[in-house]
Design a protein around this ligand. Structure first.
Ligand code: DAH
Length: 365
């Protein structure tokens, strides 16, 4: 007897429908489909039996089994729709975007340029406008470039004044050092360029010194002009133009005081007039003077050390601390904070990355 009792079919259908309804996801549902309608599925197996039935039996069992198969198919399709819908709802919930949240600012919005970098950009923009090129040299220098070629005689006390950081001696007894000023790049420039030379040299410098107004690493900018006719008059004009542009004032009063540096003759220190009576320093007025740089006519010995002929070329040089004039210009009270890498400080005093200083647009506005 190949027929299946009606009650057995009903029980099978009930069981299959129950399992389909219970399938928790599409994978489970597919497993139920295979178990019922796949090659070896329960319903498929029953359908295979039709061939062996008598025509009368087939007349009854054919429609019964095909009906079962259709209803199971429909139940699976319906369940699949429900599961798809539920999955969509779940994903919408999970991938929900709160469009009311503020947009997260890009790196360009949040990054800040350190005031020292900004001030170097400002100063080089001013000198570029005056026709100067930029030169650089190594932080680790030889005694020759840092002292000897700058006309510091061996054993001269000026060498001790620089509180130099020395490296351990090499086998030949010589010691490298961290440059104490940017002046050695004067020599390196003379060695590689032919006059007329007009360069500014920004960079890091190092001295064994640390208190409220000194850090062991600090920044300087050096200037060097060598040609056939530059004089102290040219030097004064260049520095005055620079100060007016940098401090963004129409008028500035400068005071040149005689001084001594081994690499210049004559040597001078320059003060600018300022007013410190208020909460911030103002330039171009007032009855105070503030020292900002050292300068002078390049010493003939230095020109000779640089490989040039002091009877043919002459010129001037100056050296200026960057950190202190940055403090002055932007009202930053403590030098040490420059090198603390405190993001809050940088957010407050730093500059927006696209605010490149240019003379045409105004330096700091
Ligand atoms: N190198 C000097 C220093 O660090 C500054 C200086 C003074 C540089 C006079 C110069 C100059 O080029 O002419 O104290």
């Amino acid at each position: 007897m190949n027929t299946v009792a009606n009650t057995d079919l009903q029980a099978l259908e009930k069981d299959l429908l129950h399992r389909i309804a219970a399938a928790a996801d599409e994978t489970a549902l597919e497993a139920e489909r295979v178990a019922a309608l796949g090659k070896k599925g329960a319903v498929s197996e029953l359908l295979k039996g039709l061939g062996a039935m008598t025509p009368d039996e087939r007349k009854v069992m054919g429609p019964a089994l095909n009906g079962l198969k259709d209803r199971i198919n429909q139940a699976i399709a319906a369940r699949r729709e429900v599961l798809k819908e539920a999955e969509l709802v779940r994903r919408l919930e999970e991938e929900r975007v709160d469009v009311t949240l503020p947009v997260r600012p890009s790196g360009l919005e949040t990054g800040r340029i350190h005031p020292v970098s900004q001030v170097i950009d400002e100063i080089t923009a001013i000198f570029a406008d005056l026709g100067f090129a930029i030169a650089e040299g190594p932080d680790i220098e030889s005694d020759y470039y840092n002292f000897t070629a700058l006309n510091f005689p061996e054993g001269h006390p000026a060498r001790e004044m620089h509180d130099t950081f020395f490296f351990n001696p090499k086998e030949d007894g010589s010691r490298m050092l961290l440059r104490t000023h940017t002046s050695p790049v004067q020599i390196r420039t003379m060695e590689t360029e032919t006059p007329p030379i007009r360069v500014v040299i920004p960079g890091r410098t190092y001295r064994f010194d640390s208190d409220q107004t000194h850090t062991p690493m600090f920044h300087q900018i050096e200037g060097l002009v060598l040609d056939e006719e530059s004089t102290i008059g040219t030097l004064k004009w260049v520095l005055e133009e620079f100060c007016k542009a940098f401090f963004e004032v129409d008028r500035i009063n400068m005071r040149f005081r005689p001084s001594f540096f081994p690499f210049t003759e004559p040597s001078m220190e320059v003060d600018i007039q300022c007013d410190r009576s208020g909460s911030e320093v103002r330039f171009g007025t007032g009855d105070d003077w503030m020292e900002i740089l050292g300068c002078g006519m390049v010493h003939p010995n230095v020109i000779r050390y640089g490989g040039l002929d002091p009877d043919k070329v002459q010129g001037f040089a100056w050296g200026m601390g960057i950190d202190r004039i940055a403090m002055l210009k932007y009202g930053m009270p403590d030098l040490r904070a420059f090198f603390d890498a405190d993001v809050r400080w940088l957010n407050h005093y730093g500059f927006r990355p696209l605010d490149l200083p240019s003379l045409a647009r105004g330096l700091s506005s």
